[in-house]
Design a protein around this ligand. Structure first.
Ligand SMILES: [Zn+2]
Length: 241
């Protein structure tokens, strides 16, 4: 589903684009080269590639898979996509081990409880704060925003119409709705700092890992998130939908 010239939504159980267990999966259109942001819970690869084709792209042009963080619903398709396309899996160094070993930080036991199953694969390259990832004619700026996991990253891009887009994984979402906040690797202080950092980037658009994407005024949604993160009760709740 085309969202903008440079960003398509090609997977996500929340939109019925791929099976249960899948986070939102975005395609970055760099022209000659394509990249996927996250890979879902493992059962969606066929649908994801079908959606890529339906949007008019050749899946063979997908050279990079960029992982926002190590949770199972964002990494489950890594093995099959790498096998099928020969693409490189890229993450932050702090989430590399959970992605490769499916340890506690990946929440893989939660995946199994939900009937999901997949194999892990190696991370081919790591990125850090300030790095640029080139995808054809699109330059993605890496933002390290820990808190949800230690190696959470977002990707910032300048879009064709002058708007600024942020592919942010699970560190933020629309309308200040807080996500899963007390799993292994969770750190509330880091998360609060990360949201302030994202507010300062002043994105127009937000492409989160769950729930709806925001095509304008994304900064207002991040400011609301910032307020909620700093509310007195945030320190005692376990999760908020
Ligand atoms: Zn997550």
């Amino acid at each position: 589903m085309k969202l903008t010239e440079k960003v398509h939504l090609v997977g996500g159980s929340g939109y019925g684009l791929s099976p249960q267990g899948d986070c939102n999966i975005y395609l970055v259109n760099g022209g000659d080269e394509l990249a996927l942001i996250d890979t879902g819970g493992g059962f969606g690869v066929k649908d994801i590639l079908g959606n890529v084709k339906a949007d008019g792209f050749d899946p063979k042009k997908i050279t990079k898979v960029l992982i926002t963080h190590c949770h199972f619903d964002h990494i489950g398709g890594n093995y099959d996509l790498k096998n099928e396309l020969g693409c490189n899996i890229i993450s932050h160094d702090s989430d590399k081990t959970p992605i490769e070993t499916l340890d506690e930080l990946s929440l893989y036991t939660m995946a199994q409880e939900r009937g999901l199953e997949f194999k892990a694969t190696k991370v081919d390259a790591t990125v850090k704060e300030g790095d640029k990832v080139q995808v054809g004619d699109v330059s993605l700026n890496v933002v390290h925003n820990p808190g949800h996991t230690p190696g959470c990253i977002s990707f910032l891009l300048d879009e064709d119409d002058g708007k600024r887009g942020l592919l942010c994984g699970d560190i933020a979402g629309p309308s200040g709705n807080l996500g899963y906040i007390n799993g292994p690797g969770f750190n509330l202080d880091d998360w609060k700092m990360s949201i302030k950092k994202l507010v300062d980037l002043s994105p127009d658009r937000l492409y989160p890992g769950h729930n709806t994407f925001i095509l304008n005024n994304a900064k207002e949604h991040l400011e609301l998130y910032d307020q909620k993160m700093n509310a007195a009760w945030t320190t005692i709740i376990t999760s908020v939908g």
